[in-house]
Design a protein around this ligand. Structure first.
Ligand SMILES: Cc1cc2nc3c(=O)[nH]c(=O)nc-3n(C[C@H](O)[C@H](O)[C@H](O)COP(=O)(O)OP(=O)(O)OC[C@H]3O[C@@H](n4cnc5c(N)ncnc54)[C@H](O)[C@@H]3O)c2cc1C
Length: 393
């Protein structure tokens, strides 16, 4: 497109899930919409989501699965564009889906199908998408003015859908937060979330050799608890249960891990009270052998079960049910699925996502202080908040 003055009804910055959904809805209302993105592709996080299978929503999407300074804020948008609405959209395009555990819905044909569907919807709604579009200035007088390498855009409505700070290699920047600050809009503290945890030096020396081992566990921290796999990496712990708890973990906190949440292990040990089987061999019935050998080396002196006193058995059970680790940190934004915190929800209308102080300015998706748990909740927030703004922008 040649450089020049470009007049639109709605400009949206960020061609991710939230920005594109907002553009579709605004376009359907007959608004002339342009979406600007500085990368060369649309919806890059949609493409990699769910390991390429796009965990596009969760049928349980409700406020209890989101973290925000105002836990009620997300209710309105989630109730007006629901998981069922997204399923209807998939059906309209003949795309199938399947449910995995805990209400997580995945696309049968992979994330590319979802992305193609969104692009098609954009086309039908007359949305223009400008990629490789670098923005140098945003200001507001009567209209918003967005100066870019593709020309200067003017619009009455401006949607900020630039996401969070996670995965900078896919184009994430702090641009949306900076725009909020420029307009005097508060930002809540930001941190990487849904992110692998790093071992402290002592645990790293002991456990890094377990890289690749996975164990089913119940993980808790700060009164939150998640059940699922934990995965040893060469730096620390990952896997669904660890990613979930990472969003509730703060520097210095201990994480407690119940390594046998499904088994009454004390009863099992007492039943073998007279046995000459070595403890590490008995416990290997419940764990990957590599893991339990290391764990026994670290925490107990393995000997035949019949040689333990009751007190010693109770202590082993206590250790297994409450393995405590003190992570040194997280793997940071480069590996975090999302960013916790963002545009303070007090600054926005929960119905329209419009900034209370700046008429015509909308914030949607991950840039807002609404962060979902693992399992399709973040994309649902992007769709719902994008839809809400698209009805009014
Ligand atoms: C590896 C991975 C897997 C995930 N899997 C899932 C999943 O299966 N299910 C789920 O619900 N969630 C998942 N998520 C989270 C989910 O993808 C995001 O929360 C969601 O995509 C956020 O959408 P958004 O539109 O708000 O932001 P984004 O998708 O991040 O889009 C922001 C857009 O803004 C653009 N942008 C940024 N800065 C600028 C700038 N200065 N100028 C112009 N453009 C700019 C970016 O290039 C990007 O295109 C995953 C995340 C990751 C990283």
């Amino acid at each position: 497109m040649a450089n020049g003055l470009i007049k639109r009804d709605v400009i949206i910055i960020g061609a991710g899930a939230a920005g594109l959904m907002c553009a579709i809805e605004a376009g359907k209302r007959g608004r002339k919409v342009s979406v600007l993105d500085h990368t060369k592709k649309t919806g890059q996080k949609i493409r990699i989501s769910g390991g390429g299978n796009c965990n596009f929503t969760n049928i349980n999407a409700g406020p209890e699965h989101y973290i925000s300074q105002n836990p009620h804020f997300c209710k309105s948008a989630l109730s007006r564009f629901t998981p069922g609405d997204f399923i209807l959209l998939l059906r309209k395009h003949g795309i199938g889906h399947r449910e995995k555990e805990e209400g997580q819905l995945f696309c049968d044909e992979g994330s590319g199908a979802v992305l193609n569907m969104i692009r098609k919807e954009c086309e039908e709604a007359g949305v223009e998408i400008h990629l490789n579009c670098r923005i140098s200035e945003i200001s507001k007088q009567k209209f918003f003015k967005v100066v870019t390498n593709r020309g200067a855009f003017f619009s009455g409505s401006l949607g900020i859908a630039t996401g969070g700070l996670s995965y900078p290699k896919l184009g994430a920047t702090g641009f949306g937060h900076k725009i909020a600050e420029k307009f005097g809009i508060k930002i809540t503290p930001l941190k990487p979330a849904l992110v692998p945890l790093l071992f402290n030096q002592k645990d790293l020396r002991s456990f890094s050799e377990l890289s690749g081992v996975s164990v089913k566990a119940k993980v808790s921290c700060n009164n939150k608890e998640f059940y699922g796999n934990i995965l040893f990496t060469h730096k620390g712990l990952s896997g669904p249960a660890i990613l979930q708890i990472s969003s509730y973990w703060d520097n210095g906190d201990a994480v407690h891990i119940d390594l046998l949440p499904d088994i009454d292990i004390l009863k099992a040990l007492i039943e073998k009270r007279q046995s000459r089987i070595e403890m590490k061999n008995l416990l290997a019935l419940y764990f990957p052998r590599r893991f339990i050998q290391k764990w026994c080396e670290m925490y107990i002196r393995s000997k035949p079960v019949c040689q333990y006193s009751d007190k010693e058995l109770e202590e082993i059970v206590r250790c297994l049910k409450n393995w405590e680790i003190k992570p040194a940190g997280t793997e940071g934004y480069s590996r975090a699925e999302v960013t916790l915190g963002g545009v303070d929800t007090d600054e926005l209308s929960s119905k329209t996502m419009e900034a209370k102080k700046v008429p015509g300015l909308y914030f949607i998706g991950e840039v807002v202080d609404v962060t979902g748990q693992l399992g399709g909740y973040n994309l649902q927030w992007a769709w719902s908040s994008g839809y809400a703004a698209g009805r009014y922008a």
